[in-house]
Design a protein around this ligand. Structure first.
Ligand code: DC
Length: 247
């Protein structure tokens, strides 16, 4: 199908595409490419939890303390909402600090982010900002609970996964690229712990929603995965157009 045609149809209709999955499954890489190809907004919800964690560590707060994390996440969510209402984007807020992407993807944030993300009030404080951002036009939004909790009515849901070794290797290489010195074993330990907390926590654990399309990215390159996702989106749109014509 003509790509320009697809993009136009997508823009006219507006879609919410939710991509969930564990760390290292390839969500961010794929979500960014898909958003760019379709001209959609891209939202990485993991960055919100990482940003709160980064500031908690900067302020030497206790990431396991519910009250402290409730207050901090409330403050940050309020600022983000104000910014996004003004700018229709949170990128400006993040770009106030040019190194923020490296800082929030540090090994220390990796180690602590799941503790922050398991607090009920932290999650509650971030719900409305995530829904607000996704409401303003066609969006590719990635995280752990997007299809299950944040946007259960998303038009299309994907659940990306990969075997443990592949996910650890990807994360290890990403950290090396960001000039962090960590061993493969350290990344392995951190990732296994994070997986465990993210999928076993009481509130909004990482699960595959029943209506999500499962993609195992272990033996696929980025191009192959994005093509699968794009094809599914095209099929979805064709069906939608067909359905509309019939009615
Ligand atoms: O996608 P990521 O690895 O950058 O996410 C960092 C952490 O944030 C992840 O370990 C769990 C948490 N998270 C979450 O609980 N819910 C989301 N929607 C996104 C991330």
């Amino acid at each position: 199908m003509n790509r320009k045609g697809v993009t136009l149809q997508v823009q006219e209709r507006g879609l919410i595409i939710a991509i969930d999955g564990p760390a290292g499954a390839g969500k961010s890489t794929v979500a960014k490419i898909i958003a760019k190809r379709l001209g959609y907004r891209y939202i990485n919800t993991g960055d919100l939890y990482r940003y709160i964690t980064y500031w908690a560590l900067q302020r030497r707060m206790n990431v396991k303390n519910c009250e402290e994390m409730d207050i901090l996440s409330g403050e940050i969510a309020k600022k983000l909402k104000e910014m996004s209402q003004k700018e229709n984007s949170i990128e400006k807020y993040f770009s106030l600090d040019s190194d923020i992407s490296d800082k929030i993807h540090s090994p220390n944030v990796d180690k602590n982010v799941s503790f922050v993300a398991q607090h009920q009030n932290v999650r509650k404080n971030l719900v409305s900002i995530q829904r607000f951002l996704a409401k303003n036009g066609s969006t590719v939004i990635e995280g752990r609970d997007i299809g299950s909790v944040i946007l259960p009515d998303a038009d299309l849901k994907f659940f990306l996964t990969a075997d443990e070794y592949t996910r650890i290797l990807r994360r290890y290489e990403e950290l090396k690229e960001r000039n962090y010195t960590v061993s493969f074993q350290e990344v392995e330990k951190e990732m296994m712990k994070r997986d465990q907390i993210d999928s076993k926590r009481e509130i909004a654990p990482l699960i595959k929603p029943v209506d999500a399309i499962l993609i195992d990215t272990s033996n696929k390159n980025i191009h192959e995965v994005t093509e699968i996702v794009l094809k599914k989106i095209q099929t979805h749109l064709k069906r939608k157009i067909h359905g509309n014509h019939k009615s």
